[in-house]
Design a binder for this molecule. Structure first.
Ligand SMILES: C[S@@+](CC[C@H](N)C(=O)[O-])C[C@H]1O[C@@H](n2cnc3c(N)ncnc32)[C@H](O)[C@@H]1O
Length: 249
């Protein structure tokens, strides 16, 4: 976790997220499928895990939610605080390891994680239990992520793929396929510090969710041809992302 934190601290200054104008002009960091699945957030308490600079937190807050956002990397949180202040949005940014969340961070109606957040969870069973405990009865867990199948497939050319990781394995040290690493590394290079991320199969995520006592509400898979850049037409025949919602009874 310490190494992952150092890794992210080295990337964070180069990841500002959306500019202020994006939010001022009504842009949403939450996607249409996410907004449709989550519904009205006015007055609801939201916990955003592995929030990075908290762009989705800002959108939740603009829509009237009361938002707490946590991340391991202090520089990401600083950027988020500056943006929230400039926009006049009361998002609380807290430095936390999501695997050892402070017990005071609890009582949420929505717990949200997205786009390269879940792959930093070292134990999906433990994580889902922590999350379930922090939800209010009737509260909802929302996972909006890269599809684990996408994580293991590498585009070799038009209609050509190879398998670069193990769908049924768990951890990976670094990235065999650089296109799966945080996008910013393509611009600034890879920090030399070791970093370990994880691939959680859909079955692993769904099973952990059910074992934590949550009720599965929806599970959708989406194509996203841009994520299979260079594959050609077939890119739309594969899942690239998924969206899972589960509620606490
Ligand atoms: C790819 S970003 C998250 C997605 C975000 N929507 C984005 O694209 O910027 C991954 C984030 O996870 C954070 N992270 C990694 N491990 C964590 C942990 N154990 N607890 C909390 N945050 C963690 C990193 O600091 C980083 O900000």
């Amino acid at each position: 976790m310490r190494e992952n934190r150092t890794y992210w601290e080295q990337l964070a200054p180069h990841r500002p997220g959306e500019p202020l104008e994006f939010f001022r002009e009504g842009g949403s960091a939450l996607t249409e499928p996410e907004l449709a699945a989550i519904g009205d957030v006015r007055g609801r308490r939201v916990l955003h895990l592995a929030c990075s600079v908290g762009d989705e937190s800002l959108t939740f807050a603009q829509r009237g939610a009361i938002v707490t956002a946590v991340d391991l990397a202090p520089s990401h949180l600083t950027t988020g605080r500056v943006k929230a202040e400039a926009l006049g949005l009361p998002v609380e940014f807290i430095e936390q390891d999501m695997m050892t969340l402070d017990p005071a961070i609890t009582g949420f109606d929505i717990i949200y994680i997205s786009w390269g957040g879940l792959c930093w969870v070292p134990d999906i069973t433990q994580w889902t239990q922590i999350v379930a405990e922090r939800l209010n009865p009737g509260g909802v867990l929302v996972i909006s992520e890269h599809h684990p199948l996408w994580e293991v497939l590498t585009v070799r050319g038009p209609n050509s793929l190879s398998i670069s990781s193990d769908y049924f394995g768990t951890h990976r040290d670094g990235y065999t396929d650089p296109s799966k690493a945080p996008q910013v590394t393509q611009r600034i290079g890879t920090p030399t510090v070791p970093h370990r991320s994880y691939i959680w199969s859909l079955a692993a995520v769904a099973t952990a969710t059910l074992n934590a006592g949550l009720t599965l509400q929806s599970l959708q898979e989406f194509p996203e041809p841009d994520l299979y850049d260079g594959l050609g037409e077939q890119a739309s025949h594969l899942p690239a992302t998924y969206l899972l919602t589960a509620s606490r009874p």
